[in-house]
Design a protein around this ligand. Structure first.
Ligand code: SF4
Ligand code: F3S
Length: 106
């Protein structure tokens, strides 16, 4: 499955939601996750994300390995999101900032 990693935090552009053919994104306050059992590995979301937050699980950078588990866990309780919406207000400011893990609202 594909995995959403740290760059999405505090941005949430949701372009990924618009292109996913199976609506397998789930929404938190400042992050989205992919349901690993619903993702069909089509790859459409990866190039659509302005922050480059989405990776196939097998090529997730080492520093973001924990996001595989975070996606699998958080998708169980967060609501499904099926339509694109406005990004978070400071998305452009936080787009290229690293070290946002501590800001993730779970
Ligand atoms: Fe959806 Fe395809 Fe991305 Fe999986 S890889 S989350 S099916 S757009
Ligand atoms: Fe997040 Fe990128 Fe989607 S910022 S909401 S993974 S388009």
């Amino acid at each position: 499955a594909y995995v959403v990693a740290e760059p999405c935090i505090k941005c949430k552009y949701t372009d990924c939601v618009e292109v996913c053919p199976v609506d397998c994104f789930y929404e938190g306050q400042n992050f989205l996750v992919i349901h690993p059992d619903e993702c069909i590995d089509c790859g459409a979301c990866e190039p659509a994300c302005p922050t480059k937050a989405i990776f196939p699980e097998e090529s997730l950078p080492e520093k973001w390995k924990e996001y595989t588990g975070l996606n699998a866990d958080l998708c169980k309780t967060w609501p499904n999101i099926t339509e694109k919406k406005d990004p978070l207000p400071d998305a452009d400011k936080f787009k290229d900032v690293e070290g946002k893990r501590g800001d993730l609202v779970m």
